[in-house]
Design a binder for this molecule. Sequence first.
Ligand SMILES: [Zn+2]
Ligand SMILES: [Zn+2]
Length: 251
Amino acid sequence: MEVTILGSGASLLSPDRVLSGLMIEIAGEPLIFDMGAGVLHRLSCSLVELTRIEHLFISHLHVDHCSDIVALVQSLWLMGYDKTLNVYGPKDILKMGEAIGEVFPYLIGKIKIKSHTISPEFQVKSKNWTVKAFPVNHGDFEAYGYHLEAEGKRIVYSGDTAPSENLVKAAKDADLLIHECSLPDRMKGMAPNHSTPGEVGKVAAEADVKTLVITHLYPELIEELGDALRSIRATFSGKIIVPRDTQIITL
Ligand SMILES: [Zn+2]
Ligand SMILES: [Zn+2]
């Protein structure tokens, strides 16, 4: 099983990090989680055949996690996509589909899309994998994390969240935790609905995950990466990965 971090940046931009997105490939099947600006381009570098995509999971409807969906639909149409694209997300994912159709009516019917509303008990299974969603703590904005189980391994993706009890529960003893780590500890006040390195370290330690990947990195976090890692290390003793975009993590 391979995890490709497609986009590890955030809305204050870094030149070498696009917005949120990752891909998990299980027995050759690509599952995509989030689709922020730039992720489609990264995908074109990381996945030879984009038309293999059938499942796209959106953590929440902030623009930095979903704006490349429109571009994906257009590209798949031009590539002759003949499968059904299943898009999973919070309830307004249905409205988003309608709005895209209203603004870009020429896209209507060009590819088959099925929207699925997720809820706290959401789960979808295939022969090779199970994905569950759980609510996270992104202020009063509806937002979910995802838990994937495949090939005897467990991966949790936080989406955007401040420290979340639900996430700690879902990630207990997971092989890989991909957690947002937006701003340095000293800037917590500027982003109370996100997580700082100190908080991410505690979450990863409490969940006792094997490997932690930090993502959703603001430029200030990268500039102060040494401090950030020390802050995580204060509580978490497992492996820490600070990925570059398109980096592959093999499980
Ligand atoms: Zn957000
Ligand atoms: Zn975000």
